[in-house]
Design a protein around this ligand. Structure first.
Ligand code: FES
Length: 107
């Protein structure tokens, strides 16, 4: 379980208590966070779940897979060093208090 805060490009903040094993994309879409689309349902095939992870916490996340790195080439907004795909990040206690910023657009 982890409390994750999503901050949309508009400044709108939503904090979600996410059960272990749920992806950040699942949590965001199930709770009406508009800044994440999740078009492919989490199979790392659409890049519409792009997010910017708090840089200070990047080390708390498993590194991106090759498939995620490939898909990050296709994001609609600027790719940054802290860009990740929210469907590839699973909640666990290690992510408690994580802050995730969302880009202007996903498509
Ligand atoms: S939901 Fe499609 S790549 Fe994450």
């Amino acid at each position: 379980m982890a409390n994750i805060t999503f901050i949309e490009a508009s400044g709108q903040e939503t904090t979600i208590n996410l059960p272990d094993g749920w992806s950040l994309m699942q949590g965001a879409t199930a709770n009406g966070v508009d800044g994440i689309v999740g078009e492919c349902g989490g199979s790392c095939a659409c890049a519409t779940c792009h997010c910017y992870v708090d840089e200070a916490r990047l080390g708390d996340l498993p590194p991106p897979s090759e498939a995620e790195l490939d898909m990050l080439e296709n994001v609609a907004s600027e790719r940054r060093p802290n860009s990740r795909l929210a469907c590839q990040i699973k909640a666990s206690a290690a992510l408690e208090g994580l802050i995730v910023h969302l880009p202007e657009t996903q498509e």
